[in-house]
Design a binder for this molecule. Structure first.
Ligand code: TNX
Length: 373
């Protein structure tokens, strides 16, 4: 998973990213196309999503507790033609591109473009310039549902993948708790409270994708609140993956402690710019455990695989992306194709593989940029 919403990368770079995935026999490229800080997915019916939502005035410097900003505008968006070409380029290399459209949280860029999508349609918001969890969420009117069904329809036209990701993570309920329209929706749908609007919203979008013959995917905040038809990407706790698998859902492991490549590579990493205090070192990645607890044979059948995540709040350049992704993605690929591999055996083989990374100009060993440390 590459986040091109926080920092945009041109499609020429995405093709190189695909080449490197294919080299490691990774067969899915999950593109995180929309978020609070930028909307990169072209939607012909709603052009302001990219015209307005594709640009922010500046970016926060450092992690989300920071108070400093860089004063530099950032933006970009893809054309439909570019994305279609990327899909074909990837397919020719055995890679399926899975698009992600975030909802009903992580939508501040969409709200900046179309204020009527929000819980307070009279309010004008900017594309977010901060990092962290944004309080603003989608409203729950029929108009919002139709708008996002159209977004998904156009997304499906460009991306033929079986799976389509609809976000679902980090969605505060504060706006819904205060919104008369949201509370009215709670009443009309017979929901338990504003907190139930999230699973309700995800179900509406899930139904739409299923009717179109696709398989919805979403991030799990817990193991149990996503619609049953959703494939679950569990990022907080492996237990969430197993809870979902026991319910009969497909799961993709994305445990942040083993697969978040925006976290530091080692203690005191001069690559700094890590999102949390946690370190995800090579043994942590290679030690990712996809074995179900107890007698979980049935649950094991529902594990589709694992995914490495590169969130890019603090990562603006291809060189920095590759420094963070490699060689950790090598460890992930080895692990998920090789099963319960031996770490020493892996590192011995990795030594040889590093020669290939060097030949390809992948800055896997040392930060390819000046560091503050
Ligand atoms: C949590 S993981 C997020 C992202 C951030 C990431 C930073 C997930 C589904 N949501 O929005 O970029 O942490 O590590």
């Amino acid at each position: 998973m590459l986040d091109v919403a926080r920092h945009f990368q041109p499609v020429a770079y995405l093709r190189r990213y695909v080449d490197l995935l294919a080299l490691h026999k990774l067969n899915v490229f999950h593109l995180h196309l929309t978020d609070d800080q930028g909307w990169r997915m072209p939607i012909a019916a709603h052009p302001r999503l990219t015209e307005i939502g594709g640009h922010r005035a500046e970016s926060m410097i450092g992690p989300s507790r920071s108070t400093r900003y860089d004063g530099t505008p950032h933006g970009g968006a893809y054309t439909a033609a570019e994305l279609r070409e990327l899909v074909a380029y990837a397919a020719a290399r055995g890679v399926t591109v899975v698009p992600e459209i975030e909802m009903p949280g992580h939508v501040r860029a969409a709200l900046a473009a179309y204020p009527e999508l929000g819980n307070d349609p009279g309010r004008t918001l900017d594309v977010w310039t901060r990092w962290g969890v944004c309080e603003n969420t989608l409203g729950v009117s029929d108009h919002v549902l139709d708008f996002f069904r159209t977004v998904l329809d156009e997304t499906m036209e460009i991306f033929p993948s079986a799976h389509v990701h609809i976000g679902g993570d980090e969605c505060p309920t504060t706006e819904w708790e205060r919104s008369p329209a949201a509370l009215d929706r709670v009443r009309r749908e017979g929901l338990a409270g504003p907190g139930a609007l999230h699973p309700w919203f995800m179900q509406q979008m899930t139904d739409h994708l299923v009717r179109a013959g696709r398989r919805p995917v979403a991030w799990a905040e817990t193991g149990t609140t996503l619609p049953e038809e959703c494939t679950v990407m569990s990022w907080r706790e492996p237990a969430h993956a197993w809870a979902a698998a026991r319910r009969g859902q497909h799961v993709v492991f994305a445990d942040h402690r083993a697969t978040y490549f925006d976290y530091a590579r080692e203690e005191g990493d001069p690559g700094l710019l890590a999102q949390s205090g946690l370190v995800v070192d090579l043994p942590a990645v290679h030690g990712l455990d996809l074995t179900p607890p107890g007698d979980g044979a049935a649950a094991a059948d529902r594990v589709l695989g694992a995914s490495g995540q590169l969130w890019t709040e603090l990562v603006a350049t291809p060189a920095h992306i590759e420094y963070l992704v490699y060689p950790r993605l090598c460890a992930l690929a080895d692990r998920i194709w090789g099963g319960a591999g031996d770490y020493a055996d892996f590192t011995a083989r990795l030594d040889g593989h590093r020669t290939r990374l060097d030949a390809l100009g992948v800055p896997h060993a040392r930060p390819p940029f000046a560091t503050a440390a």
